[in-house]
Write a protein that binds this ligand. Sequence first.
Ligand code: BGC
Length: 552
Amino acid sequence: MLKWYDQQVIYQIYPKSFQDTNQDGIGDLRGVIQRIPYLKQLGVTTIWLNPIYVSPQVDNGYDVSNYYAIDQSLGTMADVEALIAALHANGMFLLLDFVMNHTSDQHPWFQDAVAHPQGLYRDYYLWADAPAKQLPNNWGSFFGGSVWEPDPGATDQYYFHLFDRHMPDLNWKNPEVRHSMLEIAKFWVDKGIDGLRLDAFIHIDKADFHQNVPNQSTEPTIAEEFYAHLPHVQPYLSKFCGALRELKPDIFILGEAASASPELLIDYSRPENNQCNAVITFRSLVDREDQLDPQLPAEFQPKGLDVEGMKRQLTTIQTKLAGVSLPVLYWSNHDMARVATRYASPQYHQRSLKCLATMLYLQRGIPIIYYGEELGLENLQFSDLTSFNDWTVQPFYDRALAVGYSSAEALAMLNQTHKMAARGPMQWDAKQPNTGFSPATPWLHGTTKIADVASEQADSQSLLHFYQRLLRLKQTALFTQGNEIIQATPAGIFRFTRQLDQTAATVTCNLSNQPVTVMTDTTTEVQLLEGSVSHSGQQTTYQPWTLTVTQN
Ligand code: BGC
C-alpha cells in the first residue's frame, strides 16, 4: 500500500536563512509559516528543517544544548506547534533534524560529565586515558585536527569529538544514552511531527580506541574505518526506529549516511531491517576529478559534474534499490555548494538548471529541493575569509597562496565550493531591502546574483515556473511509482524510461555544451520540452542542454 512518504516532494529549509519576521536578521519559524502558500504552490509536500533546538550555534544548530526547547533566535515551542498545525491543515508534512551522534559541550549532560568524573553522566560520552598528554590515537576529526580534546575538568582523560571540539560524541554503548535519545525523539513525535532526518547516524558506533591508522603521518587522519558504519550501528538503529514506529507506524525516517555505498543503502533502508525508510548518501553526486591541482586539497577546488560517472552511479543505486526503498534525489544541501554554482553551464545557465532538475527528479525516488534552488540561487560571494566564519578556509587559502594562486583566485575557489557560501538568505523580492528576507542585515551576508521569487513569478519562462511544472509531473503515478531503466546513451546524454502498467515515459536530457544525436524515442506525446531538437529518420539531435519528456 502506498504511504504518504512514497509520493512526497521534500523542501529543505535552513531556518536561519529562509524568512525573518522579527527583524533580527535571522530567519525564524514564523517566517516558515508565512511562506507555506508559496511552498504549496511550488508543489512541495514536506518540509525538512535543519535543527531548531537550543544551541550555542557553533555549528549552526547541530550543537544542541537542549533538545526539548527551541532556540530563541528561531522562535518558541508555540511557533513549532503552530507550524505543525498549519502544515497539516494544508495537507503537508514536517521532518525535524535529529542530532543523535553528539551534543553541544554546553549540554547539561556534558557539563555534569565534566564536573563529576565519577557521576552518572560521565559515561554518556567517550573518554580515553592519556596520562602523558599523548593523544589516545591518530584519528582525525571531520572538522580538522584530532578527534580528541583534553577533559576541561583537567583529569588525565580526553573526550572524543568527530565534529567540532564543542560537539562531544555520545556513547551509544551506554543503554542510558540510547534510552535518553529515544525519549527525545518520542517527545517530538508526540508533538505531531511526521518524521525525522537522522543526522550522522552512521557514526554512533566506534572501534576500539587502542588502534591507529597505519601511516607515517604526524597529523591526525580521517579514519572512517574506525568510526563509520561499524557493526553496532544497525542494531542501535533498528531498536530506535522500531520503538518510534510502535508509537507512529507511518513515521518517515530519513537517514543521513554521507559515505554510504549503494550496498549500505540497501542495509539501512530495507524494510525488514526496520531502520530508515530512505537514506541520503553524498556518493550519488559524481564530480570530475581530471582537472584538479594536485598541490591543493580537492575539497575546495571547483570540479564540475562527471555526467558519465553519475550515470553509472545512479544506474547502480537505482538497480540496487529497486523493490527495496526509494532513492533520495537531491542536487544540493547545506553541506555543499549550490547546484547553480557547482554544476550549471555558464553559457546555458537557466536551461542547464532545468535539465539537471529534470534528469534527477523524474527518476524513481524522493526529491529534496534545497531552498532557493527553484530560483537558481547561487552561492554567496564573500569578500573576505572571516565572513565564512569557518576555520577550514584559512589553511586552504594559505596553501593556495603558497603554491602561487592570487588571493582573489583563492577566495573565488572558496566562494564556489564552500558550504557556508551555500547558506545565504532566500531571495523573495529584489525590490525590498535584503531581497525581502529581512529589513535587518542578514546573519550571513555576501553578494550574489539576484534570483528572486517576485520576478520569477512574473515570468512564465522562469526556472520557478519550470519547477512548478516539473513537480506537478513528478507527482503523477507514473513518476512516483513507475519502474525505471537508465539507458546506455552517447556521452553527455542522460536518458531513462519510467513505466507503470500501460503508461510509459522517456526522459532525455543533453547535459553538455554540444549538440548530441540519439535514436528517436518511441513514446510520443510531449510533456516537457526545453531547448530544441531536430529529427532526421530514426535519429533526434538534441541541442546543448535540451530536454524532452515524452509519454504515451
Ligand atoms: C550535518 C552537518 C553537521 C554534522 C554534525 C552533518 O551530517 O549535515 O551540517 O555539521 O552533521 O552534526
